[in-house]
Design a protein around this ligand. Structure first.
Ligand SMILES: [Zn+2]
Length: 252
């Protein structure tokens, strides 16, 4: 498997997942940069894999499909009603193939009801559920739902590469440092990001997210204290909810 990152729109990432000369595109927010990447890589598009129904993740699908009648357009079952062009729905654990590759869906509701991540080999494509040092907003789910969804992703092998849906890592790390000022891994990640300025911060790894992402750290002592200082009890879901609400209002 090869993965090619395609910046789209303002700060979105689409990805080509390539097996030989065949590719799937994850979250084509617009068609033109995907077409350019396909031409550059010399590969044929066989499928569209969407993580959720938002327009900045599926906006390029119609144009890509019009040029290639019959290709698969995959989305999570509970988002499918909002994307009538989708040809295939995946439940939790459902699979699609691309050549010799197998992509397995993890249903991770919270950002949207039907949000899914795709696990392919040692990579996971998380859309707007898990970001670099952050997570998506709770548009269609509550804190308990999103907390459970993120726990599923955090349980993937630590070396799993995390390909996320937006370049938000720098501002997310500023928030992470506000939550855990003494977290040396957060500080090191922020410094590494500065050193790599101008390059995309995707992918990260599950290990790095577990060490630096406050939304995967609802039981870390300093995160619990930061949440309790905002008036909630110390259980993991209340902590997660308080940190999420804090981030919604946070300006670095
Ligand atoms: Zn979204």
């Amino acid at each position: 498997m090869r993965v090619v990152t395609i910046p789209c729109l303002k700060d979105n990432f689409a990805y080509l997942v390539i097996d030989g000369t065949t590719a799937a595109v994850v979250d084509p927010g617009e068609a033109a940069p995907v077409e350019a990447a396909l031409a550059r890589e010399g590969v044929t598009l066989a499928a569209i894999w969407a993580t959720h129904h938002h327009a900045d993740h599926v906006g390029g699908a119609a144009e890509l499909m019009a040029a290639r009648p019959g290709i698969d357009f995959v989305i999570g079952t509970h988002d499918a009603a909002k994307v009538p062009a989708a040809t295939r729905q995946l439940e939790d654990g459902g699979e699609v193939t691309l050549g010799t590759l197998r992509a397995r869906a993890i249903h991770n509701p919270g950002h949207t009801r039907g949000a899914i991540s795709y696990v392919v080999d040692d990579a996971v494509f998380t859309g707007d559920t898990l970001f670099g040092a952050g997570c998506g907003r709770l548009f269609e789910g509550d804190a308990a739902t999103m907390h459970a969804s993120l726990a599923k992703l955090a349980a993937l092998p630590p070396e799993t590469r995390v390909y996320f849906g937006h370049e938000y890592t720098a501002s997310n790390l500023a928030f992470a440092a506000a939550v855990e000022p003494d977290n040396v891994d957060v500080a090191a990640r922020a410094e590494a990001l500065v050193q790599a300025a101008g390059t995309a911060s995707t992918p990260s790894t599950i290990a790095l997210e577990r060490a630096t992402n406050p939304f995967l750290r609802s039981t870390a002592p300093d995160v619990v204290i930061a949440a309790m200082n905002r008036g909630v009890s110390g259980d993991a879901i209340s902590v997660f909810g308080a940190i999420r609400a804090w981030k919604d209002a946070f300006r670095a």
